[in-house]
Design a protein around this ligand. Structure first.
Ligand code: AMP
Ligand code: ZN
Length: 456
């Protein structure tokens, strides 16, 4: 059996992974705050840790790996969005969660074993905060509860920062209720209209960091194997999670391996909601790029390197994906290539795995190409493959007629009608390709016949 090697961002070393219990491997990954549709940056950790989940399942067996990824459904950004839009918090969070699950599935990601919502674990958070106060690591002040950072001697060892760096680097909030500016909130008071729960410290809500500590403990217990998330979470979020959790046990025994993915950037800047430089995977798929082609683009960059998003890269991957789909469409599913597995087992070396995929395509080992692609989360649900399935005559002739009509409209300079048809094609999920050989078209995953018919 092959070894799995993982780079631990705590020790900064790549080591052979030995789970605490090979019959129940446990991985926790920080999930999204649900107030707006996830952007393609948010999809990066999902794809990275899905690849790891698939690898662990391949080695230890499907029923021997548990993966938990939370939804942060209590947060000031959600409250702000509710005030801005006049919608209820539940409406916003439920809708965003539904989108997240749909969009991530379309990118070929498996569903995690556990998808805890923070608001379902408030009691566990309150219990944990009470324990922290009980052993002297947290204090109550003006209806807030704060974690006293100076009490935890290993604070800063995960992100390798000194206290001074942390104060300078992070926007540490100075507040009258804190003993020290570095102390962070475990519980804070809620005003009438804000979401809140009864607690020993009054009506209020939890701070962000306690969520993941409470949920991972409730689901996995004190000690588990892997904790993941984007590099932007290493400090302060993970540092704080670790401090809270480790203080409650006698050892440094929270997550055994910490893993962080680098950021997806656009024009050299991190994609983020606050910078406004973002778009969702759905927008790409609505433009006719199959989810598998988008996923391929992520796999081309190692997870510990920044991923620069460009349209050209996406088109290249789209072309390659089409080529592979054509090749494997009629092939049997064979054995997964051991070279592909070994590449992924070496700290998720996805670019190397794709080099192997190219070799398989070149040598015509199609059943292995197909099996290995499925292992990588490509050619998934069958929907990408269905794109190439035979299209009913009724649909094909409607499309041909509408394309003819668009050409005629252009000839008589009726651009309003030509544009109406073009936009209608996009809305109906019909993709038009202008090639040297002439116009070709294909139906995307979202093709909707009724919308197309309405264009007549
Ligand atoms: P958030 O909803 O901001 O808490 O983010 C959810 C997850 O997406 C976290 O693991 C973040 O680290 C990750 N993330 C956010 N922005 C990016 C980005 N531009 N590239 C990669 N990961 C990101
Ligand atoms: Zn977290």
């Amino acid at each position: 059996m092959f070894d799995i090697k993982l780079f631990n961002s705590q020790s900064k070393e790549k080591n052979i992974f030995n789970p605490l219990d090979p019959s129940d491997v446990k991985m926790y990954v920080c999930g999204p705050t649900v107030y707006e549709r996830a952007h393609i940056g948010n999809a990066r950790p999902v794809i990275v840790f899905d690849m790891l989940f698939r690898l662990l399942r391949y080695k230890y067996g499907k029923n021997s790996v548990s993966y938990a990824r939370n939804f942060t459904d209590v947060d000031d950004k959600i409250n702000a969005s509710a005030i801005k839009t006049g919608r209820s918090i539940d409406e916003i969070t439920n809708e965003t969660i539904k989108w997240f699950i749909e969009d991530m599935a379309a990118l070929g990601n498996l569903e995690p074993t556990f998808k805890p919502r923070a608001t379902e674990y408030i009691n566990s958070m309150i219990a944990m905060i009470e324990e922290l106060i009980g052993i002297g690591y947290a204090y109550e002040s003006k209806n807030h509860v704060l974690f006293e950072v100076s009490k935890y001697k290993n604070y800063g060892t995960l992100s390798r920062r000194s206290l001074d760096d942390m104060i300078a680097g992070a926007r540490v909030e100075i507040a009258p209720y804190k003993k020290n500016p570095m102390d962070f909130v475990l519980w804070k008071p809620s005003k009438d209209k804000e979401p809140g729960w009864k607690s020993p410290w009054g009506f209020g809500r939890p701070g962000w960091h306690i969520e993941c500590s409470a949920m991972s403990r409730e689901i996995f217990g004190q000690k588990f194997d892997i904790h993941g998330g984007g590099l932007d979470l290493a400090f302060p979020h993970h540092e704080n999670e670790k401090a809270q959790s480790c203080c409650l046990s006698s050892e440094e025994d929270f997550a055994q391996v910490w893993m962080h993915n680098e950021m997806l950037q656009i024009n050299g800047k991190k994609m983020s909601k606050s910078l406004g430089n973002y778009f969702s995977p759905k927008e790409l798929m609505d433009d006719g790029v199959p989810g598998g082609a988008v996923r391929l683009m992520y796999l081309n960059t190692h997870y510990r390197k920044p991923l620069d998003w460009t349209k050209n890269k996406l088109s290249e991957n789209h072309r390659l994906y089409r080529k592979w789909i054509d090749l494997i469409e009629k092939s049997e599913t064979g054995e997964v290539s051991s070279n592909v597995v070994n590449a992924i087992a070496d700290d998720l070396n996805t670019p190397l795995a794709l080099t192997e995929m190219h070799k398989l395509a070149k040598t015509g080992n199609l059943s292995c190409l197909k099996a290995s692609g499925l292992f990588l989360g490509l050619f998934h649900s069958g929907s990408d493959i269905n794109l190439r399935k035979k299209i009913p005559q009724k649909v094909a002739s409607l499309i041909d007629n509408l394309l003819k009509e668009r050409d005629e409209a252009r000839l008589r300079k009726d651009y309003a009608r030509a544009d109406e048809l073009r936009d209608g094609f996009v809305r109906s999920g019909l993709q038009i390709n202008d090639t040297k050989e002439g116009i070709t078209w294909e139906l995307t995953d979202n093709f909707d016949y009724k919308k197309l018919e309405a264009l007549k």
